[in-house]
Write a protein that binds this ligand. Sequence first.
Ligand code: FPP
Length: 235
Amino acid sequence: MENLVIPKSIAIILDGNGRWAKKRNLPRAMGHKAGCETLEKTVEDCVRLGVECLTVYAFSTENWKRSAIEVGALMKLLRFYMVKLIDVANRNNVKAVMIGDESRFEPDIRKGIRKLTEATKNNTGMVFAFAINYGGRDEIKRAVENIVDDVESGKLSKENISEELISSYLDTNDLPDPDLLIRTSGELRVSNFLLWQIAYSEFYITDTLWPDFDKEELLKAIESYSHRQRRFGGR
Ligand code: FPP
């Protein structure tokens, strides 16, 4: 694979943990556990390739509707990985940030998120943004509420409202928009991920289930991206 163009910013919709587990007659939670291990490796692969920002969709605002057992298993994994990621991030000079609404999580999880982001905030390498209790529409709704508050308090006026200003009120405010959006498991939809930010992203969909995603798959996605001609609406 020659002349690879490495995207600055990659976003991934992690899908297929449940199907991966089902294929092996395992409980869904085991699929999520395997998915977490894949995520850890993918963070390191992206660092090695020189990606500047990796954003992953780990838990959506809609995922609370899953069974209490599955949500419980995901929360348990989250508790474990918030601690484990401190090491992974610090070893790789990665700055971890959360996007989404943390208010719905239990206090200990919120504390774990804060510990991880605090412990890695001075790292200067890749930014790893994990979307949990995240929904693109919810993010835009919260941004609009904050803009309205700032207009009402006189901090902002209507004339200040620009696309850049709206971007700065989103959870992703200082992160680059994704150049490449990868979705595993073959589904052809966006599922409420980064609705504003993916306006000009290139899409890459693979049938590979998330736990089976590896460096070779990542390179295939980047190779496909390398052949795209990006026009951003121009000619
Ligand atoms: C989609 O697979 C995956 C999720 C809903 C969560 C996956 C997130 C991780 C593995 C990263 C770590 C995140 C947490 C919160 C610890 P699916 O269950 O929708 O798969 P299916 O479509 O095959 O059923």
